[in-house]
Design a protein around this ligand. Structure first.
Ligand code: ATP
Ligand code: MG
Length: 437
């Protein structure tokens, strides 16, 4: 007999023999009868144990099981007006698959909210809560939505190495690894590889994979390991072409989540709006003016506070949640050695950030594909060209113009579901203080 999930059973199956399994969430004892709430992936079931039917010994064994023990139960389904689901299971046989220790390190049905740290220390139990699991079902839908859109638009999914010999996003956040007596690093992003692939004929690619950054400060939006969606496409004219792919991708992904994640979004009490394309674009210099008029006291770099204010600005004025900050000044992108500067005004790049609800979600733009210019920009950054030779080589034998972006998947989920901390959107988060579980 096949095991059934709770949502596969219904009162109309009255009288049928069924097999179910799950965690003992709660036991309510009323003398010679007891109600056991059994929880599985899909929901809850009521198992009604009757002493007279089961015999004293088996009855006692079942109803004294500690909470969160795992049992398998065979029994008869019986229609019942009193049971929450309209039916109950009368056990004929049961098997204790795993007995839980007492006390639990974290409650599953407790009313009091545990601290995030306690929850993360006991993540496997934390994930037994429906609303916590729902976050990861949404995350799975986000990835499915991304793949659905990109594969449908001629992109090829690739996998690039995570053990690398050169960084791309600045030395400060590199994790060093000892690699057979040599010094290697964990990849901060697939930047150099996805650009290299533009010289191959795989001219529209994407990757969904971990990226590693030794972030020096503790924030609610940075982790030392995160999932990055990286997209790169060749034969573009300007950064506009990249923004178009990005906005369509983001809108299609949110639509996919809304369509397929109705139950999860309801459980999480989240109203997710499918955005209209094209997204609003405001050049970086104009953003600075808007911010000044709002009393912001930053410099040229739009900080967290600035992003938040811009988010409020576009929400209040246009009712929108997405904003492209375009034409980043070269001054701010100098460290991004691969960013193309405008030929007509080298003080500007076509680089953009996409902000979602007042927080950076994506950075991207057109790359410098002209070998000499790229080399000059690298030297300006004091990079040792020899270390980048495998990358540079790809620019000497036919490299089409190209561009792309990196989007933080965990951050996307965080913003979509209004989670205060990015750690809530990661099963087992990694930060400065946490490498376990
Ligand atoms: P930020 O300014 O927020 O630190 P960044 O500009 O350093 O981000 P990029 O190199 O532009 O990050 O990376 C692309 C995207 O990857 C970011 O927009 C963000 O969504 C995500 N991301 C970057 N660093 C992290 C991190 N440490 N943890 C989680 N997501 C990150
Ligand atoms: Mg960025």
């Amino acid at each position: 007999m096949h095991r059934k999930y709770s949502n596969e059973l219904c009162p109309e199956m009255d009288g049928q023999e069924v097999r179910v399994a799950g965690w003992v969430e709660d036991v309510r004892k009323l003398g010679s009868i007891a109600f056991i709430i059994l929880r599985d992936r899909e929901g809850r079931l009521q198992v009604t144990a009757i002493k007279k039917e089961m015999g004293k010994e088996r009855f006692t064994e079942l109803i004294t099981l500690p909470r969160e023990s795992v049992v398998e139960i065979k029994g008869k389904l019986q229609k019942s007006a009193e049971a929450r689901m309209g039916f109950e299971i009368l056990p004929t046989e049961f098997k204790v698959l795993s007995k839980a220790e007492v006390p639990l390190p974290l409650g599953v049905v407790d009313k009091v909210n545990a601290e995030l740290d306690t929850r993360l220390d006991n993540r496997f139990i934390d994930l037994r809560k429906d609303e916590v699991r729902a976050i990861f079902k949404v995350k799975s839908l986000v990835c499915a939505g991304i793949r659905n859109y990109l594969l449908g638009n001629g992109f090829v999914e690739v996998h690039t190495p995570k053990i690398v010999f050169a960084g791309a996003e600045g030395g400060a956040t590199l994790f060093e690894v000892e690699y057979f007596g040599r010094k290697a690093f964990l990849a901060q992003s697939p930047q150099l590889y996805k650009q290299t692939l533009m010289a191959t004929g795989l001219d529209r690619i994407f990757e969904i994979a971990p990226a590693f950054r030794a972030e020096p400060s503790d924030t609610v939006r940075h982790l030392s390991e995160f999932i990055s969606l990286d997209v790169e496409l060749a034969y573009i004219n300007t950064s506009e072409d990249v923004m178009q792919v990005l906005e369509n991708l983001v809108a299609a992904t949110i639509e996919y989540v809304v369509k397929n994640g109705e139950k999860e979004l309801k459980l999480l009490n989240c109203e997710v709006r499918v955005p209209k394309v094209p997204f609003r674009k405001i050049p970086h210099r104009e953003c600075l003016e808007i911010l000044k008029s709002m009393g912001w006291h930053g410099g040229v770099d739009i900080d967290t506070e600035g992003e938040k204010l811009l988010g409020e600005y576009i929400m209040q004025n246009y009712g929108e949640e997405f904003l492209f900050i375009t034409e980043f000044p070269t001054e701010l992108k100098r460290g991004t050695f691969y960013a193309m500067r405008k030929d007509e005004n080298p003080e500007l790049t076509g680089y953009f950030d996409l902000d979602y609800r007042g927080q950076e979600l994506t950075s991207g733009g057109q790359r410098e594909h002209r070998y000499e210019k790229l080399k000059t920009q690298m030297l300006e950054n004091n990079l040792k060209l020899e270390a980048f030779e495998p990358y540079l080589k790809a620019f000497r034998y036919g490299m089409p113009p190209h561009g792309g972006f990196g989007l933080g998947v965990d951050r996307f989920v965080q913003k979509m579901l209004n989670l205060t901390n990015i750690r809530e959107a990661v099963l087992f988060p990694r930060d400065r203080l946490r490498v376990t579980p």
